[in-house]
Design a protein around this ligand. Structure first.
Ligand code: GLN
Ligand code: ZN
Length: 755
């Protein structure tokens, strides 16, 4: 007998991003809501049929979303702030207003905040709850989508974001807290369960990924209360089976509760769940299905069947074989649709890839233990996937502590650098990019398509650099940048210039709403065969006497925004990328670039979900990878880094440990609690907390920036303070950029006078 199979969720942007394009047309008013709905229905149908054809037993419904499932849940449960619900718009338009704001004839409202979804590159909309929120069932989406699947001949499992995760992720603006809404949530979910049962559902699945965070005693009580009550209510009424689905890690803090509550199925993650097997050994309830997430739902590599079967064999020691269901570790939302859409990469590479559709086949093959499939998979993994790069491996093996330790100490370097640069107090700079105007993008596109020669391409960029530098000198900035006109994206640019990465044509993954990303794939050993940015930086430095900052992306960010390899550790990959970027740093230095910024925009975002894992699973290799990149530079070379988030209060020691000379970060929209943390930690790195928000075209006044600086120097020793915007200026217009930077320089001058 073949064992059963289940899927948690399927991609929903459309195989060719149909939902993105249709939604954007709808936003512009080019197509009607009905036309948009039609595209959505086709996308759902496509996913269901693929899953059915692959023989998946538990096929989800309600995993589709026009924007985000958490926002869907808020609309399902009437958690809709007044400012959106009162707009005279259709429900779908109100939903989009909450997702990305609305500005038009019917009103002017900002979007709800957006946050990273656990440890993925997907973002969810944060529901907003206040004391007046009347949480109750108002939506029909799960029932409608269940019925839609049913009419297509598919008996689906409606999947819902569970009450605990929903309440845990929401933001509370009043005095009431999550527990004050638990009873209402239970009622709403019970009512929905009854409606689904009436529609014919035999199973429903509650997704509770928030159980993989650290769970406090109070949260644990909340979880138990919700499900004890909900299961009682559902059990009373209908013969409906309930699955509790976790993913993105293990549920060590609540495993005993989850197994005691009486769910009909429990979904555990055996890929990222470091302790899942160990937990299973403590016991698993009889007559309960284990949805075993063994195929990695987040990465794009083929599963190694031998390794997966070994895990399944281990699982079967603790769970009766007939109760084991094979599935993915998380929703397939986080991988692209299909390898079949890739026409450019060689078959030798593609045969190692498994995107969502290929993963369906893997699940089915693992469940059926098909001998042919096993043999084929064994052959695939028997041959070395990558041509190893012996030189890189030797370099890695030769690394010693000295490669991670810059000399002399930062405070000693500071004196050397003071003499070297003679910068004024409150030095001013920007984060790197200047407005990417249409002509800048057109120049890159024309070169890529072969419509202009390399000389023409370079000449245009040099002209832009020269103009950009002249502008910065006129504005009066102290440390100059070249403007980044040669790059579209800070990771793709470097990935495409160093060996070891491959790029797909169509492997899009949803980042948020209609925005999709196409991450590079780490394919082999990474190395740099030729300088990347040197010619641009050297040209830029030739245009000015002021110091020009070289501009690089750091190894942790490059790795975090790519699909990493699974055959070697993240630590090793970060070191390989680190060595490649180190070559670039040293070449820049050799060519007269005296300040080098190494951006680590994404360092903060891959912190493990559990605090106890932060160091051993992540920071212990991520911080050294950064240190590796710059440890060999001369004392007078000034190393900057930049981070997009200011939420690193808990890791300020680690950030200081990166041993950069200067760090700039986003701060203008934060509550500046970080400044207290910097103060408490006696943070040594000089800091440039962004003094104005670059996400908006608004021009900050000189006074506003002066005020921001006063707040900063109330907490940070003023000799450590730099003055800069929040982030790069590439998405801004030229006029507002110039005006804003002039005010920034004027504000810095004011502070110098006050001293
Ligand atoms: N140097 C990059 C820029 O200015 C940094 C971008 C980022 O932090 N996301 O665009
Ligand atoms: Zn940034």
């Amino acid at each position: 007998m073949s064992i059963k199979t289940s899927v948690i969720g399927f991609p929903r942007i459309g195989k060719n991003r149909e939902l993105k394009f249709a939604s954007e047309k709808f936003f512009k008013g080019d197509i009607s809501e009905a036309e948009l709905q039609k595209v959505a229905a086709e996308i759902r149908q496509y996913g269901w049929q693929k899953q059915k054809a692959a023989g998946i037993d538990f096929i989800p419904s309600n995993d589709f979303s026009f924007y985000d499932n958490v926002l869907d849940t808020a609309f399902l449960l009437n958690v809709i702030p007044e400012r959106y619900s009162s707009l005279e718009l259709s429900t779908l338009e109100k939903y989009f207003a909450a997702a990305h704001g609305y500005q038009g004839a019917k009103g002017d409202v900002k979007a709800l905040p957006m946050k990273k979804w656990f440890n993925t590159n997907y973002h969810y909309i944060v529901p907003e709850i206040d004391d007046a929120t009347d949480l109750k069932l108002v939506g029909k989406k799960p029932v409608e989508e269940f019925n839609e699947a049913k009419s297509a001949g598919i008996e689906s499992v409606p999947t819902l974001i569970g009450a605990y995760t929903f309440l845990r992720l929401a933001r509370y603006n009043g005095n009431k807290k999550a527990k004050d809404f638990a009873a209402a949530a239970v009622n709403a979910y019970a009512e929905l369960a009854e409606k689904l049962a009436t529609a014919g559902a035999k199973w429903i699945s509650f997704a509770e990924p928030a159980l993989v965070f650290d769970v406090t005693a109070e949260e644990r009580e909340l979880f138990k209360t919700i499900y004890a009550e909900l299961l009682r209510k559902i059990g009373e009424k209908k013969n409906l089976k309930i699955a509790l689905q976790s993913y993105f890690g293990d549920i060590r803090d609540v495993y005993q509760d989850v197994t005691a509550l009486g769910f009909d199925a429990i979904g555990l993650d055996f890929v990222e769940g470091l302790k899942s097997l160990e937990l299973l050994k403590t016991g698993f309830p009889k007559d309960t299905l284990l949805l075993a997430g063994v195929v990695n739902g987040k990465n794009i590599w083929r599963a190694d069947y031998a390794q997966k079967n070994a895990i399944l064999a281990e699982i079967k020691k603790y769970v009766a074989a007939e109760n084991v269901v094979v599935g993915t570790s998380c929703s397939l939302l986080h991988v692209p649709y299909t390898v079949a859409a890739e026409q450019k990469l060689s078959a030798d590479i593609l045969k190692h890839f498994a995107f969502a559709e290929e993963k369906l086949v893997e699940i089915a093959e693992l469940a059926s233990a098909d001998a042919d499939a096993l043999a084929k998979n064994k052959a695939l993994f028997a041959t070395a996937r990558v041509q190893a790069n012996a030189k890189v491996q030797a370099e890695l093996a030769a690394l010693t502590a000295a490669d991670f330790e810059r000399k002399p100490s930062r405070l000693d370097r500071r004196e050397v650098q003071k003499a070297e640069f003679k910068l004024p107090a409150f030095p001013t700079t920007t984060i790197g990019s200047f407005p990417q105007t249409a002509e800048v993008r057109a120049n890159r596109a024309a070169f890529r398509k072969g419509e202009i020669s390399k000389e023409q391409y370079v000449a245009f960029n040099q002209k832009k650099i020269a103009e950009c530098i002249k502008l910065q000198e006129e504005i009066g900035l102290d440390v100059i940048v070249h403007g980044e006109f040669e790059r579209n994206d800070m990771v793709e640019y470097f990935g495409s210039k160093i060996d070891g990465f491959v790029f797909t044509q169509n492997a899009w993954v949803q980042s948020y709403g209609t925005r999709c990303v196409k991450p590079p794939v780490v394919w082999g050993d990474v190395s740099r065969s030729a300088p990347i940015t040197v010619e641009w930086s050297v040209f830029a430095q030739s245009c000015t006497k002021k110091p020009v900052k070289g501009m690089l992306t750091g190894p942790v960010t490059i790795l975090n925004w790519s699909f990493p390899r699974e055959d070697i550790s993240l630590k090793t990959q970060a070191q390989e990328i680190g060595l490649a970027i180190r070559d670039e740093v040293l070449d820049l230095e050799k060519n007269g670039i005296r300040i080098i910024q190494i951006d680590e925009a994404a360092l903060r975002e891959k912190l493990p979900l559990r605090k106890s894992d932060w160091h051993k699973e992540y920071l212990d290799w991520a911080i050294p990878a950064f240190r590796l990149v710059h440890a060999k530079v001369k004392p007078e070379t000034q190393i900057h880094t930049h981070m997009c988030y200011s939420e690193f209060n808990d890791i300020v020691r680690d950030i200081d440990n990166m041993d950069a000379d200067v760090i700039t970060f986003e701060a203008s929209r934060s509550d500046l609690k970080l400044l207290d943390a910097l103060n408490d930690a006696k943070f040594e790195t000089q800091v440039g907390p962004g003094v104005y928000d670059i996400h908006s075209p608004r021009v900050p006044s000189e006074q506003e920036i002066v005020d921001a600086l006063h707040k900063i120097i109330a907490k940070v020793p003023q000799q450590n303070v730099w003055v800069n915007p929040d982030c790069g200026l590439k998405t801004r217009g030229e006029t507002e950029t110039t005006a804003s930077l002039k005010n920034l320089v004027a504000a810095a001058k004011k502070l110098r006078e006050e001293k």
